[in-house]
Ligand binder design. Structure first.
Ligand code: SF4
Length: 288
């Protein structure tokens, strides 16, 4: 089900925990129609207390530009406005084509860009390229992060059958970069890929964020195991591709193709750019 017009009291939610470095999260939708098999959100109370299965609903929030500007001005008075969009859904749902909730948010931010310190846009949808001109106008305050866990379409279909294709995401990234918008590829979680993937990533993006099932789930792999992630690997893939340390090993491989200071591991890859530490700085695992 997709819906329109859920009216929240506020759009900006103060952050905490994993999203340190940000002041607020902004989720234009409730639920997510991509329904990735491995999605951690499906195990959170926000999803478990719904009667419909995760992946079957994505309700757009009603966006009132004046209310959003009022919230931003209040946030600005209280401190910073570093915003993570989105933490528990993808801001470019299939319904976004017709609903335009995320586009409405971006247009609002564009109208008073000085109210935004930094906007991190996390998506796996090529629809983000539709908003390239708006994002380009915010380019000194924005980073678009496009998830691309693999370059293999067969693997993409196995783990995320309803997500956009590899090819469509690559085209979207190219379109964003053609507008000089800062773009990172989020290889998160890292999945089995072809030997050409590092070369593609180096050519495709300004930054690469890499995460795996073990540190990336925030629970040393327990949440990943609870979701049964291992079952989606082919027997001959498991040893090489489902193991702790895989993200760091892939980062080393990638560093043969692109500068190390453009590669980020685990949580570092999702922080505002100015507070990140590149992957070869040893980072306390608790703050990885
Ligand atoms: S796109 Fe993100 S939020 Fe949506 S189901 Fe996939 S992992 Fe979960």
């Amino acid at each position: 089900m997709t819906g329109l017009g859920h009216s929240p009291s506020r759009l900006l939610t103060p952050t905490g925990g994993y999203l340190r470095g940000y002041d607020y999260t902004l989720n234009p939708y409730i639920g997510c129609a991509y329904g990735c098999k491995y999605c951690y959100v499906q195990a959170l109370p926000v999803a478990r207390f719904r009667s419909e299965p995760w992946g079957s609903y994505a309700e757009a929030k009603r966006i009132d530009p004046e209310d959003l500007l009022r919230e931003l001005r209040g946030a600005r008075r209280r401190g910073g406005t570093r915003i993570f969009m989105s933490s528990s859904t993808d801001p470019y749902q299939p319904a976004e084509w017709r609903v335009g909730a995320t586009r409405s948010i971006l247009l609002t931010l564009q109208s008073e860009p000085e109210l935004v310190d930094f906007l991190f846009v996390q998506t796996r949808s090529p629809l983000v390229a539709r908003d390239a001109e708006i994002l380009a106008s915010l380019r000194h305050r924005v980073l678009v992060s496009v998830t691309l866990e693999t370059d293999r379409e067969d693997v993409r279909r196995r783990f995320t059958p309803r997500a956009p294709t590899v090819r469509a995401r690559i085209r979207a990234i190219e379109a964003l970069r053609a507008h000089a918008i800062p773009v990172q590829v989020a290889v998160a979680p890292i999945l089995p890929s072809s030997p050409d993937f590092p070369r593609l990533l180096a050519a495709l993006s300004d930054f690469v964020a890499i995460d795996d099932w073990f540190i990336g789930d925030g629970a040393n792999g327990r949440r990943s195991r609870a979701l049964g992630v291992e079952q989606w690997y082919l027997p001959d893939e498991r040893d090489a591709w489902y193991r702790p340390g895989q993200a760091r090993d892939f980062a080393e491989l990638l560093a043969e193709r692109m500068p190390r200071d453009r590669i980020f591991l685990h949580q570092q890859g999702f922080l505002p750019l100015d507070v990140r530490r590149p992957f070869d700085e040893r980072i306390d695992p608790e703050h990885a």
